[in-house]
Write a protein that binds this ligand. Structure first.
Ligand SMILES: [Zn+2]
Length: 293
């Protein structure tokens, strides 16, 4: 089994799916790859762009060591890592995602969500990556579509399975957020705290300065754990959840393969869903499967 996480920035993984990936690691048997699609140069106030980019890359590598997952920055066909907030200048984003997904051949792909309402605020990079995953999903099994960008792939017509595509939560999207799947990550909370603590230039410098994230500079890992728990609590309340335990919500899309409920329950450890929600999800998946016939 292979799990792939695709998102915009260094640190997006830890705040949205790090716990679920850690649970999967402990359950065994899954190769896990995290692909981050921007160079991380912009998000700082006193470090230069060059310094920020290299610090952020190193922080993600530290997190990857703690979490035991493979990490790769997304590379455009010319080898560059895309800049943030300059997507109109990057027509090769889709080819690059196509290549990364075909190379890894994931069973599950986790990505940011698209907001449902035009009134919702957004982070431009999150929405760009969400939209790009949606657009590229059908093309994953179209072997010749990006041969002009990747001539070395000529002759590779082996069919590629389209993965199940799940959306993670997004704290930038200020609208009511729904979920289909809920994972209780309390058993791995300490690991998530240590992975996110790797992002020192974010959680102790940039995020407190930019002031959108209810984060104060923590002096110690224990202080950070208190703030991290509060972030989970805040998200739980927004989701209408009456629990103090840290959770990660996901939404099942019809962008990729349509899974069955049994498959999701088998493959994703730590699922905690009430019967009503399970029935609603099962209905949705059955309807989508019929539409594909
Ligand atoms: Zn982000």
């Amino acid at each position: 089994m292979k799990w792939m996480f695709v998102h915009a920035h260094y640190d997006d993984f830890e705040f949205t799916a790090g716990g679920t990936f850690e649970l999967r690691r402990r359950a065994g048997g899954a190769e896990r790859l995290v692909v981050i699609c921007t160079d991380g140069a912009s998000g700082h106030h006193f470090r230069s762009r060059e310094e920020t980019a290299s610090v952020r890359l190193a922080e993600q590598q530290t997190s990857a060591q703690i979490g035991g997952y493979r990490f790769e920055p997304l590379r455009l066909p010319d080898g560059r890592i895309p800049r943030e907030a300059r997507w109109e200048q990057e027509p090769d984003l889709l080819p690059a995602l196509w290549k990364a997904i075909r190379d890894f051949e994931p069973d599950y792909l986790f990505c940011p969500p698209l907001p449902g309402s035009a009134l919702a605020g957004i982070h431009v990079d999150h929405v760009t990556i969400a939209e790009a995953v949606r657009r590229v999903a059908y093309l994953i099994n179209v072997p010749h579509v990006y041969l002009p960008e990747y001539p070395e792939c000529a002759g590779d017509e082996r069919p590629r399975k389209t993965p199940v595509i799940l959306q993670v939560a997004d704290s930038y999207v200020e609208e009511e957020q729904e979920y289909d799947l809920l994972v209780d990550v309390e058993p791995v909370f300490d690991a998530v705290a240590r992975m996110s603590w790797s992002h020192q230039s974010q959680i102790r410098e940039w995020l407190p300065w930019v002031g959108r994230h209810r984060i104060e500079p923590a002096a110690t890992l224990d202080e950070w754990k208190v703030q991290l728990r509060e972030r989970y609590r805040f998200r739980n309340r927004k989701l209408g959840l009456d629990t103090e335990r840290p959770t990660e919500p996901f939404v099942v899309t019809a962008w990729g393969e349509i899974p069955s409920l049994e498959q999701l329950r088998r493959d994703i450890p730590g699922l905690t869903l009430d019967l009503n929600r399970q029935a609603r999800l099962a209905d949705k998946l059955a309807r989508w499967s019929e539409d594909r016939m």
